[in-house]
Design a binder for this molecule. Structure first.
Ligand code: FAD
Length: 317
């Protein structure tokens, strides 16, 4: 996926060797790439994006489920999250293909925007199929793929009897049980500055999903301005903002890492003004890091504070 994965299993099931663990995990992630990647021309999604049909097109149930998750986030965020944003992502140089590190011409942004809009995409569950209003709609599931990977790794680990694990694809992960020392897994949230590579906070998590989305790695500078990979589908422009990163924590569930992944991106796109309000209204545990003057300021939702409070109470027991 153009990034790393990390898996730790404490008290592993009998007979699970590191080699078998690696092979199993890579098979699972290979399946995610074969379904969702826009970087692999042979994936199901890439084939779909090349298909100009505006009739119902059959899709695998695995792909339909991720598309449906994306459409739900589109509705919740009033289109701030949009899985059809791909033409803009690619135009700004944040997708597969050339990275120009330059601001595109306004007419190109306007033309790409016309192809964007999650309302232009319909889904059908049985038999699984999609229908697009325009043949040139282009779907980008990069904001959900890491989470999908973490959920599928967790499902596979549980199928082989693992009860205590941490399974991450870059900044999105699932954990269950306790670490090798018998303590909750400590999930590090980075200081949102790639120069520092230091830890802002460590969250103790026992059963759950955690995803962080930030604007501090994938960006370019032009004309003294900073352009990052979170695109506002309503303007066609990268979101200009003070928000440096958002971390979402959810209780464990079959699709919890995928939801956390998508929600973290949604909150980044909504920005410091609207993101915290949506997180609070949705009862999410979210942790925001805002850029301020020369440093950073933290903002947490009520549910996040409750989780932290009960984690430190457990710690004291
Ligand atoms: P996140 O915040 O999780 O997502 C940001 C991404 O979401 C943006 O980069 C954009 O693609 C998309 N986005 C932007 N704005 C919006 C919006 N308003 N609504 C919805 N989505 C939006 N990268 C490579 O370099 N090489 C690869 O081979 C490669 N393979 C991949 C295979 C798969 C299956 C997937 C899912 C991704 C792959 N990627 C690859 C992409 C990469 O790993 C990351 O997924 C991507 O850079 C974004 O993840 P993130 O965590 O950085 O940001």
């Amino acid at each position: 996926m153009g990034t790393y994965y990390a898996v730790k299993v404490a008290r592993p099931p009998a007979g699970l060797t590191p080699e078998a663990l690696r092979a199993g995990i890579e098979r699972v992630l290979g399946g995610v790439i074969a379904t969702l990647s826009t970087y692999d021309a042979s994936s199901e999604l890439s084939r779909l994006n090349r298909n100009p049909s505006t009739d119902w097109v059959p899709v695998s149930d695995a792909l339909r489920q991720v598309l449906a998750a994306g459409q739900r986030l589109g509705a919740v965020s009033d289109g701030a999250f949009d899985i059809t944003v791909g033409p803009l992502v690619n135009l700004w140089g944040f997708g597969p293909g050339a990275h120009a590190d330059a601001v595109p011409a306004p007419e190109l942004i306007r033309a790409a925007r016309e192809r964007v809009g999650y309302g232009k995409l319909e889904l059908r569950a049985d038999p699984a199929a999609i229908r697009r209003q325009r043949g040139d709609l282009y779907i980008d599931l990069s904001a959900l793929g890491e989470g999908e990977g973490a959920d599928r790794m967790a499902a596979w680990l549980e199928s082989i009897g693992a009860t205590d694990y941490m399974a991450a694809v870059a900044g999105t992960l699932r954990v269950r049980g306790k670490n090798a020392a018998g303590r909750p897994w400590g999930i590090a949230i980075e200081v949102p500055d790639p120069e520092q590579r230091s830890v802002q906070r460590i969250l103790p998590v026992t059963d759950g999903a955690v995803s962080t989305s930030g604007d501090y790695r994938n960006f370019f500078k032009a004309g003294g301005k900073r352009y990052s990979h979170h695109i506002d589908p309503h303007t066609g422009l990268p979101v200009e903002q003070h928000l440096a990163s958002v971390t979402v924590v959810l209780p464990a569930g079959t699709d919890s890492a995928r939801r956390a992944d998508g929600l973290a991106t949604t909150l980044m796109v909504m920005g410091a003004a609207r993101g915290p309000a949506l997180a609070e209204a949705q009862g999410l545990a979210a942790y925001f890091i805002l850029r301020e003057n020369q440093g950073f300021r933290e903002l947490t939702t009520t549910v996040f504070q409750q989780i932290e409070h009960s984690a430190s109470a457990n710690e004291r027991k």
